[in-house]
Design a protein around this ligand. Structure first.
Ligand code: IMP
Ligand code: MG
Length: 195
């Protein structure tokens, strides 16, 4: 998609361009390859936000990784965390004794990942690490640090490269700050699409 495509009209500012993302993802893949030498980690993609990052990251890792997908919601359609983590699709296989890497799009309040990390430890994983594309430390509600991250972002609502607002903008190739008027129009939009 061109950088002047229609979707960019809803973006206030492009924060991270696709070339920078690709470089950072490659560096992260190399780092994981070194850190997990001799191991076969289970890479868990937290759908849907992490999907774009996940498939790019996996192809930069030179290890016998396995793929797993989970669907978790903590948000609904809004822009503020509810703190309620709900598992809507669980893993296919048992992860006891395995080295698990949770792959997420963004760590914001940290509620989702601290919940998942605890759950994976309880399920008997040998190790659980977190790899996130973005880290938004300003809004953290729990003491959680990502083991791997590509970029730190300011306290703003960002979309693109998998991240959405109400299921849109995931296919934007760059990461940008969404214009606030887009989510301020939300209640009006929801009323129109409710039926
Ligand atoms: P947390 O539990 O507050 O850390 O939220 C994590 C989830 O909230 C992420 O996986 C995203 O789906 C969503 N999220 C948090 N901040 C943003 C944002 O700026 N843009 C899009 N989604 C976000
Ligand atoms: Mg989301």
């Amino acid at each position: 998609m061109e950088a002047n495509a229609k979707m960019y009209g809803d973006i206030q500012e492009v924060l991270i361009r696709r070339e920078e993302i690709a470089n950072a993802v490659k560096m992260l893949g190399d780092m994981i390859t070194r850190d997990y030498e001799g191991k076969a980690p289970v890479m868990v993609c937290i759908l849907k936000g992490a999907s774009v990052f996940y498939v790019d990251l996996l192809r930069e890792i030179d290890l016998p990784v396995t793929m797993e997908f989970m669907i978790v919601s903590s948000y609904g359609k809004g822009v503020a965390s509810t703190g309620n983590v709900r598992i809507r699709k669980d893993l296919d296989y048992d992860i006891s004794g395995r080295d698990v890497i949770l792959v997420e799009d963004i760590v914001d309040t940290g509620l989702t990942l601290s919940f998942l990390k605890k759950m994976f430890i309880e399920r008997g994983a040998q190790s659980v690490k977190i790899a996130t594309l973005l880290d938004k430390p300003a809004r953290r509600k729990v003491d959680l640090k990502a083991d791997y991250y590509c970029f730190t972002v300011p306290d703003a609502f960002v979309v693109g490269y998998g991240l959405d607002y109400a299921e849109r903008y995931r296919n934007l190739p760059d990461i940008g700050i969404l214009k606030s008027e887009i989510y301020e129009k939300r209640s009006e939009l929801e009323l129109k699409t409710a039926f």
